[in-house]
Write a protein that binds this ligand. Sequence first.
Ligand SMILES: Cc1cc2nc3c(=O)[nH]c(=O)nc-3n(C[C@H](O)[C@H](O)[C@H](O)COP(=O)(O)OP(=O)(O)OC[C@H]3O[C@@H](n4cnc5c(N)ncnc54)[C@H](O)[C@@H]3O)c2cc1C
Length: 499
Amino acid sequence: MVEHVRVAVIGSGFGGLGAAVRLRREGVTDFVVLERADAVGGTWRDNTYPGCACDVPSHLYSFSFAPNPEWPRNFSGQEHIRAYLERVTDTYGLRPHLRFGAEVQEMTWDADGLRWQIRTPGGDYTADLVVSATGALSDPRIPDIPGLDGFPGAVFHSARWDHGTDLRGKRVAVIGTGASAAQIVPGIQPEVERLTLFQRTPAWVLPRADRRISGAEQWLHGKVPASGRLRRGMLWGIRELQVGLFTKWPERLGLMERVAAVHLRRAVKDPALRAKLTPDYRIGCKRILLSNDFYPALARPNVDVVASGLAEVRGSTLVASDGTTAEADVIVFGTGFLVTDMPIADRVTGANGTTLADHWRKEGGISALRGASAAGFPNFLTIVGPNTGLGNSSMILMIESQLNYMADYLRQLDTLGGRAALDARPSAVRAWNRTLQRRMTSTVWNTGCKSWYLDESGRNATLWPGTTSEFRKATRRVDLAEYQVLRTARVRASAEAGR
Ligand SMILES: Cc1cc2nc3c(=O)[nH]c(=O)nc-3n(C[C@H](O)[C@H](O)[C@H](O)COP(=O)(O)OP(=O)(O)OC[C@H]3O[C@@H](n4cnc5c(N)ncnc54)[C@H](O)[C@@H]3O)c2cc1C
């Protein structure tokens, strides 16, 4: 049996749950949320490593429509964020819409019926509109390391933490120095016998203004909601004011580099280790880490930093590109995610019979009109799509902007009446991208470092090169001039007959 719904949302992280709440608020109840796992939460369900927490303050890293006066810390831990998303699911009555174990394996556009045909192991669906919120940091990336298969111990990725492996007294190798590794290292260093960090490129690390949120503050935010909004507004405003430094004037980031250098000097006394940990690129080019305990953990006697990437595994011996070797019982990959490949794209076949992945390959990389629509993929919207990521602020701001776009998209379909679909015009997608890529040239992300923001060709298809308010403005309304209106063959034929 195939179930037809007006909207199929894929994914139940912040993006998918936000879409579900918004749909209900728009009066749409005929929708499902297809989730491959068995619970909601996305990032915050999957990342359970020791020390996992957000790096944007919680009062900003949460939905504007669902404030949480009870955040326990400025940067709350994974379990609190996950519990918050579970609460949002209950408060907004989303449970009846959730379909777990429903990994979207294949999706095909049916041009005659103007609908998507969706295949999942939990059942098949058709939908007038698909909202894809499968997450940019959702599918772990494990590099192809020769000899890894022969490693005798446990091997796992930061986003799939193996809680069955006891790290106490073990020799653990952590691969990578991204945001997750910087939280894992201090999280496990006290209990492991030896920790070896394989570092291809050192990160810039700034102090983290973390503290417990007092009972008085929580009480105030609970009793006077405006106080929570004011707090959120200030957190947002500060980050909004910083954007120009990253997007227009990277040469003015020197002061931030000096703060980071002092932070390093205070924590690491050994000059040789300090040299290894000092980046040689402009701060902000790669993601800036916020941590007060990463450097102190690296300075502990049971920790070694290998200033070179992992190149090969020979039994239990790990060999770095520079020839350094280390023995390990466990390998933890903090090597990030498939970001610029967008795994769902291989599974979506559009109006021309090509997959979204092939379409993007031909176009020279992932791209979407206003971060949402690709030409030839009608009525398919991406939440956290190409060029919607942020270097310094909360992704929830971007997600809520994309939800405005989704709501207006549905309104436009309603106004068109009858059975209609919208397909982004290739010229509109290209114009949008040209402007984005032109703006990208002055950003810090294009100053020469290698980062996960860039695809293989060095093009930044990940970040938004502006303020979150600019993106809010750009996604307020769907501009019909940017879309072709598609009709079913029957409607087209009767319109032609009536002419
Ligand atoms: C450790 C970590 C810390 C982070 N900290 C911050 C932070 O402090 N601030 C910030 O702004 N951002 C942060 N991020 C980024 C974070 O991913 C986003 O803020 C946000 O959670 C993304 O939500 P999402 O719904 O788009 O994706 P996700 O939360 O990744 O959810 C995607 C969902 O889609 C499901 N899915 C994927 N493919 C399919 C399929 N084919 N079929 C069915 N279901 C599918 C997945 O199972 C998942 O549940 C962090 C990311 C990580 C990994």
